[in-house]
Design a protein around this ligand. Structure first.
Ligand code: NAD
Length: 354
């Protein structure tokens, strides 16, 4: 693609970034002209959400702490009732992609403003995309109302993110940037952001392995999460995201771990036709190839590298390859079902791509 032939659309979201930025949440609620915010979290983060609600004082409409993976519509319906009962006029989602997903699901239905306060690196807060599940089926919608109006990135909130989640979530974020490098609709800004985001993570994650509470590295990782999430929201993703969507949606594999395992294989596969676009990854990881470089990087960090270790049955691989190839979608390299099955087999066994 001619890099000088592009369309660029900047995200309208307001970004408040910095250690201690959480303290500015009341100011951000008021800047959106809101008076009564429902604080959202998972049950696991209910205590922190309660503290946040307390800090909001009269601006809080209470806490709804039932956010769950894959945004089940039944939970969204309960949250809509809570919004109405409390007279809430906006939401503050405190947590990872699951909690941000609930905020988006509410905004999609009520068009109420959202503030996202991410505590993982998944990147959902920076995209106008909502994935939700009903009767066991996951569907995805894209709409302007889904993009949060404001994001508060406070690295202090990720100090307690367990190391294993830090690594898999970081690799999840890096996957957005890696696929953005060869996206059909990429532009010079998305490429700059993707490379900078990858650089932030390749620098921060090895530091966090030895020192998970290192504030500078936490700040760098969250900065990377913002950049990688922003490119996820602005350019199209390909094979890697398709495979992870299938493995998560149809085989219930855990989100971040699945991304971490598939990334070297999907990138290695596409590298056959996009080595020039992927060269920044190979270079920053000090390898001749981006796929092998990502595999060695993940392994060194102690990330899972085999689908068989996260609950995938070998017998299900052909069905996964079938689902992942039955609908056409754009990918830099042509997709063939046998090749995808071979890729999944290598990822299942945890082999190093060439
Ligand atoms: P998650 O939000 O499900 O979080 C996993 C667990 O970790 C939860 O129990 C959560 O409460 C806990 N947790 C989060 N932050 C923590 C912290 N700092 N310390 C301790 N515990 C913490 O996981 P995720 O990987 O952030 O998000 C995955 C979900 O997000 C998936 O459903 C995925 O589809 C969605 N997602 C959507 C988009 C999009 O653009 N629509 C993008 C990325 C991810």
């Amino acid at each position: 693609m001619d890099i000088r032939n592009f369309i660029y659309q900047g995200s309208p979201a307001r970004i408040v970034f910095g250690a201690g930025a959480l303290e500015r949440v009341a100011e951000v609620v008021q800047a959106l002209d809101c008076r009564h915010a429902l604080v959202l979290s998972t049950p696991q983060q209910a205590e922190d959400a309660g503290r946040l609600s307390g800090a909001l004082g009269a601006l809080s409409a209470g806490v709804f702490a039932k956010a769950a993976m894959h945004t089940p519509v039944e939970i969204t319906e309960q949250a809509l009732e809570a919004m109405q009962a409390a007279g809430a006029d906006c939401t503050v989602a405190f947590g990872g992609g699951s909690t941000v997903g609930l905020g988006k699901a509410i905004a999609y239905r009520l068009d109420t403003p959202q503030i996202a306060i991410p505590t993982t690196y998944a990147g959902s807060e920076a995209t106008p995309i909502l994935g939700q599940t009903q009767n066991g089926e996951k569907t995805t919608v894209r709409d302007g109302s889904i993009l949060p109006e404001a994001i508060i990135y406070d690295p202090e909130l990720s100090l307690g993110l367990p190391y294993q989640m830090t690594v898999t979530s970081g690799l999840n974020a890096m996957a957005h940037a890696a696929e953005a490098l060869y996206a059909k609709d990429r532009n010079p800004i998305s490429t700059l952001m993707a490379v900078e985001g990858l650089r932030a993570f390749t620098g921060a994650l090895p530091v966090l392995k030895g020192a998970p509470r290192d504030m500078t590295a936490r700040g760098d990782a969250l900065y990377g999460a913002w950049l990688c999430g922003t490119v996820l929201g602005s350019v199209g993703m390909s094979l890697h995201h398709k495979l992870c969507h299938v493995l998560g949606g149809s085989f219930d594999l855990p989100h971040a771990e699945t991304h971490a395992i598939i990334l070297p294989h999907a990138i290695g596969f596409n590298e056959a036709v996009a080595s020039e676009e992927l060269r920044p990854i190979a270079e920053m990881l000090g390898h001749g190839s981006a796929g092998a470089g990502l595999y060695d990087f993940a392994r060194k960090l102690g990330a899972p590298v085999a689908l068989r270790d996260i609950g995938m049955a070998e017998a299900d691989l052909p069905r996964a390859a079938m689902i992942a190839t039955r609908n056409a979608y754009w990918n830099p390299r042509e997709i063939d079902r046998d090749q995808i099955l071979a890729l999944l087999g290598a990822a299942w066994r945890g082999e190093r791509p060439q």
